[in-house]
Design a protein around this ligand. Sequence first.
Ligand code: DI6
Ligand code: FE
Length: 398
Amino acid sequence: MLLTNLKAATMQHGYGLIEDAAILIEDGKIAWVGPRAEAPAAAHPYNCQGRLVTPGLIDCHTHLVYGGNRANEFEMRLGGIAYAEIAKSGGGIASTVRATRSQSDGQLVAAALKRLDTLLVEGITTIEIKSGYGLDVRTEMKMLRVARELGKLRPVDVVTSYLGAHALPPEYHDNREGYLKLVCEEAIPAIATQKLADAVDAFCEKIAFTVEETARVFNTARGYNLPVKLHAEQLSNLGGAKMAASFHALSVDHVEYLDDDGIEAIAKSGTVAVLLPGAFYYLKETQQPPVAALRRAGVPMAIATDLNPGSSPIHSLLTTMNMACLLFGLRPEEALRGVTVNAAKALGLADRGMLAAGQKADLAFWDAERPGDLCYPIGFNPLSAVMRNGKLVRGSLT
Ligand code: DI6
Ligand code: FE
């Protein structure tokens, strides 16, 4: 199939824009992309009416599967009570853990599908989903199973992360050692054996786990050949990113408080910095991630929704791109790279995120003049169609 009359943001360098492009698709992959004038001959070229095409978008950090909601905490925070304060008094993550444990696979699937469908209308073709609201082995595995199931029910690739070290569960409140043993000696072995997780994540923060505890979890993950990633330096600088770099982490996420030492470490290890402006916005944080220093150090930056019921109930990756520009000072080009090529990198996926020969034919088509236009509106969706593995799965190209 030859698609012609396209404006292609290939993302090979910067936007990698080709004004009058054609894309040849074979066996679900991009076989050729370039200027229309140089396109290989095709019996029935398909005219895409001058639309903008980008790689399918990638949301590389979400907590999409969970039970209940935390709208009450939103009101509490508006009344002046801090996120960490609510967490300490039994709310926060612990409240979502109670709700998630009590729900069946079917209930979790139904609730998650509603959220997933909201994301997918914006051209997402790959999504990462974390566990971390079960904390016991049974519920963590249930969350990961549900996440995998979503990928069978909708035209999207689901990548899963085991986030057992998200919070100390209530039944272990005076036994940190016991919980870490559960994570390292029971959960990770079981999850690895059943291939339920593609990576291991942790929350390294004063209200969660220390650098040493997190390193122990990462050591175990390494023993099972599972790549790691980390929620790091979100509310304070503990040095988690530097430790994660020593494990060649795929990504360190949030990183508002990341310091020069941490930047140097992740630059060397090739770790992606995943920026999560939704959480920054909802928690009314003021410390911005060190974008200028990350840029100078050549650290790839990705952007994700962090969709979760507590700190980031945002269901729009396009809005997140807008926020990354306005709240963190990213350029629209960096924002688009953040949800395509760099988001793929944050997930360790080399087969997507760009329009180039050999890449998966996951494409998003837009009624937009220029790629930067995707960052400009809030609440307006210029998507016209989505192709996944070379097949039209949403909208139309006519
Ligand atoms: N950081 C986050 O942004 C989410 N988890 C984490 O470690 C928030 C989790 C929640 O509040 O439910
Ligand atoms: Fe998160």
